[in-house]
Design a binder for this molecule. Sequence first.
Ligand SMILES: [Zn+2]
Ligand SMILES: [Zn+2]
Length: 177
Amino acid sequence: MSAQLELFPAAPPPSGSLRESERKLQALYDRMAGQFGLSPATIVVTARRATGGVIQYGSPHIIRISAFMSEEDRKETLLHETAHAICHERWGPCEGHSPRFWVIARRLGVTRKSAPETERLAAIRAANARYAYRCIGCAEEWTRRTPFGRARLCASCEGKGRPSRLVLVRRPKRTSR
Ligand SMILES: [Zn+2]
Ligand SMILES: [Zn+2]
């Protein structure tokens, strides 16, 4: 298992500006909740998400939005999560990103289909990018940040006296979308 990089930023955005952003987004949600008859939600702008947002259904719902996005992208993310709240109200918790979810999201003003690639997310992706090798003998998987220059043997199999070759099974994904 490769270790995941912590999502804490090197320099978190100043908390005062996050509280201000939360107040605006909260006011926007409350307006839409009145309009669509939605359950209350608590809006949290957090430095623990690299991008995008998530809604946790409950009383109240909790909507978490990444602090690493522009104000405009935070607003769009809130609209996306509000579309989930509307679907939840109408059809229950399992609607996901269904066609009728996207119809509602578009009506609210959502234009993006996925969260923006923030600098923070790019840094985490780069740090987590791994080359994966599988042993053709024992099927053990090994990961490395840099590829092997030439053929390698599985250390585990070699230790047991039956040398076995590693084959490349995965490269780091390109981050372009
Ligand atoms: Zn979604
Ligand atoms: Zn092996």
